[in-house]
Design a protein around this ligand. Sequence first.
Ligand code: BG6
Length: 500
Amino acid sequence: MNPYNVETAPPCTLFLFGANGDLVKRLLMPALYNLSRDGLLDRNLRIVGVDHNAATGAEFAERLAAFMRERDKAAADSAQSLDPKRWARLAKRIDYLTGDFLDPDTYQAIAKHIGRSRNGNAIFYLATAPRFFADVVQRLGDGGLLNETEGFRRVVIEKPFGSDLASAELLNACLLRVMSEKQIYRIDHYLGKETVQNILVSRFSNGLFEAFWNNHYIDHVQITAAETVGVEERAAFYDHTGALRDMVPNHLFQLLAMVAMEPPAAFGADAVRSEKAKVIGAIRPWSKAMALKNSVRGQYTEGRQGRKKLKGYRDEPRVAADSQTETYVALKVMIDNWRWVGVPFYLRTGKRMSVRDTEIAICFKPAPYAQFRDSDAERPKPNYLKIQIQPNEGMWFDLQAKRPGPALAMENVELGFAYKDFFNMRPATGYETLIYDCLIGDQTLFQRADNIENGWRAVQPFLDAWKEGGEVHAYAAGEDGPVAADELLARERRVWHRLG
Ligand code: BG6
């Protein structure tokens, strides 16, 4: 039995479109290796890379292994390492198919592959550039490959899913013309993170949370995804995408949904995804004027991280010299339902910030000061519940405590739980659960069409408003966003939770 005591996934042929891309070597193949190490893959699972460059299965497998060996050399953590025997067992099941994504012959070759396997199950994983999503799916449909008479047929679609509401609706319509929603697995890799899944478990398996999880006790919520990396080699994608599209309708809204959704009637895919769609659908659609007022865009300029000098965004390779693309965004959104009416949700994300920190900070309403009015005690600080998604995963609760001594003085202390203190987490990429769930047919951690469209609907007013006005504020690389983002909260007498 595997260490998790769960069933082995059923046999299937997993086609990886975009086999020579970064995602396959950095995340998907290491995740498949980890699943195989843990005994979660069937002996008859076959992995077939599909891409236009010519290669054999053995060459493809060796390239992947070479990458993982290099990764191991660079990593201090020996737990990551690739075991040659285990790898050899997996490598035997790896094959490669040279083919153009737009050429019908490629799909005939795929059909032959499936025909040769012992069962008709197949997953088509689209790790390609997004411009191929609709075409590949259309051709899979035309070739009869999505017909489930001989086994399951599933399609995994990576992000970005559309670039605005209209394009996301169009892509959903294309997919749903050739297959049913049950066959579509739209990935948001944040849902593969243990700490993200833990939000639901913590909220709904600890009775005490529900009592104060509402607008009577919560003042506001902050959701932050701060990164220290810059745009790196991805300018071709990033410069026409920007921080809002790249992070908000997907990752940050997933975090928001986990925090804000109503308890689902069951932990099944339909119930969970319906509650998430409802809460994202309840985000108030701002007018353009309100969208401008409630958003701040920033772009990093030259700066430092410690002693290291960092380039400004416009000096990064392949970024336009006059680019107006935001590398930072801060937003205020409101959720118009009974639980959350009047509670602002502040979201911020940026590249080249001072620390890497993905967290949700829930700020509670302050205790009345009345009892301490005639004492020297300072006004108590608000309590925060911090859910740390990464790094240093865990949850911390700020409390006020009396500082020992004759004076009535208070100090902030923390009650906390760090994952590393309680659980022995096996090395993972975050894609293991997602791939495993797709193999066993569990869609809970994947986005349904309405989830995606509701997310875009909520960010569309910002996209529309920015086309017509507003400013992109500068912030120095290594700093935590522009001053204007502090003002977004200061005008409501609030401050950002300290990062790190
Ligand atoms: C990706 C974005 O979806 O998420 C990247 O395209 C971003 O720009 C990344 O860096 C962040 O993911 P994580 O798991 O490092 O928080």
